[in-house]
Design a protein around this ligand. Structure first.
Ligand SMILES: *Cc1c(COP(=O)(O)O)cnc(C)c1O
Length: 429
């Protein structure tokens, strides 16, 4: 059940938020780039390095046993977090980028052939474009791109037309970091599976805002990043169905991923270790568990309720600025950028999908996004400006970048008000 959260006590768990930037209280609205970390995560890192540090899975001594147990505890926690059937289906990587590269290089190299097709979408992050371009080029496979409408929603009819028995992989972002769009992934997966294709979801943004149940979704792979989920940087997870991971060759060779090595022949370890060559980022993996505990404690539904309230307040405020400058009222349905005539309004919203998370991109029509970002920073407000690692999307939309405000559980309506006032001043200038 959703209930009213005590945001102030949640904020108090994040020491970084309590500072001034350029003489103003920090307002951190760049959560889609990376979230801040609660004290419990920071403490876990300090405790690990001051008390437990040892290499995992190898030695017989007490510290090694402790660090191994804690490392594997995080694996169990992420298994429960995404409802994976088996704990071995969760592989630690250094982030979404590495998770996707692992699948493209390992699964792709084995299973893609000349003339096979891989489908991605227009709103992919570079990390779900380039790895597929690389492997498609190597294997002579063809990359196809699902187009979107002006609101930033996938054109599902076009997806239907694109799918065929040649489709081997559909790699799609679950929630767009640039637009906030929540894609209809269950539908995407069902349709791909009907033709025998596999589906990889880029879950970088989805996992912090939405309930995740990989068995219910029936996705074949899911890429997750700790640092977008209140955890440390340099840690991610690749979820994959056991039968697929078992059939895939190792991604990297080295220690940990082997059973037996001789100069003639090496036999590989079982999953997940087969894909975890070398000493992993032990301390940060251990601390990641505390980030997952933090999210579990508040509850995804409560998080979504609060974040949606922030988003609505922000969008209403931006539309209100337009209205006060032009005297015209903008309804939800015609508030999207690309429809003609909207350019006469000072602010153009980018990403107005019906289903979206707490990310709002926009442009101020006579101002470069970079300048806007600098001026907001002067007021202590951190937003992202630029192409958000989605250059093809920006080209498609005909903009060279946007200003993006992205909200998280520790942000407040009062912060949104300060932000809106700052934007209003930029527009007036
Ligand atoms: C941040 C992000 C990535 C990259 O994730 P890393 O863990 O930083 O490699 C990929 N896709 C989306 C949608 C993202 O937001």
């Amino acid at each position: 059940m959703a209930h009213k959260l005590d945001i102030i006590s949640i904020r108090n768990q994040f020491p970084i938020l309590h500072q001034e930037v350029n003489g103003k209280p920090l307002i951190y609205f760049d959560n889609a780039a990376t979230t801040q970390k609660p004290q419990s995560v920071i403490d876990a890192l300090i405790k690990y390095y001051s008390h437990d540090n040892a290499n995992i899975h190898r030695a017989a001594h007490t510290l090694a046993a402790r660090s191994t147990d804690m490392f594997e505890d995080t694996r169990k926690t992420i298994q429960a977090f995404i409802n994976a059937k088996e704990v071995e289906e969760c592989i630690f990587t250094k982030g979404v980028t590495e998770s996707i590269n692992l699948v493209a290089q390992s699964w792709g190299r084995k299973f893609l052939n000349v003339g096979d097709e891989v489908i991605i979408s227009t709103m992919e992050h570079h990390s779900n474009i380039v790895p597929w371009q690389m492997i498609c080029e190597e294997k002579g496979a063809i990359l196809k791109v699902i187009p979107i409408n002006n609101a930033g929603e996938l054109l599902m009819d076009e997806y239907d037309k694109m799918l065929s028995t040649k489709t081997k992989m559909v790699a799609c972002v679950w929630v767009s970091n640039a637009l906030g769009t929540i894609n209809p992934v269950k539908n995407i997966i069902e349709k791909a599976h009907a033709l025998g294709a596999k589906v990889l979801l880029d879950g970088a943004q989805a996992c912090s805002h939405l309930e995740v149940d990989v068995q219910d979704l029936d996705c074949d792979f899911l890429a997750i990043s700790s640092h977008k989920l209140y955890g440390p940087t340099g840690v991610g997870v690749l979820y994959g169905k056991r039968e697929l991971l078992d059939a895939m060759p190792p991604y990297q060779g080295g220690g940990e991923m082997i059973k037996e090595v001789s100069f003639d022949k090496t036999t590989y370890n079982d999953i997940p270790y087969k894909f975890e060559a070398g000493t992993p980022n032990i301390g940060d993996v251990i601390a990641f568990k505390y980030a997952l505990d933090f999210v579990n404690e508040i509850g995804k539904e409560n998080i979504a309720t609060h974040e949606n309230e922030l988003l609505k307040h922000c969008v209403d405020g931006l539309l209100e600025i337009n209205q006060s400058f032009t005297g015209t009222s903008t309804s939800l349905s015609d508030r999207n950028v690309m429809s003609s005539g909207v350019e006469t309004q000072p602010i153009t919203l980018i990403g107005t999908a019906k289903e979206k998370v707490s990310v709002q991109s926009f442009i101020i029509n006579d101002m470069h996004h970079f300048d806007a970002g600098m001026m907001l920073d002067a007021k202590g407000i951190a937003v992202r400006t630029g192409h958000h690692c989605t250059q093809p999307l920006m080209n498609y939309l005909g903009v060279d970048g946007t200003i993006r405000a992205s909200f998280s559980i520790y942000n407040t309506l009062e912060e949104v008000d300060v932000f809106l006032e700052a934007v209003r001043k930029l527009v007036k200038r």
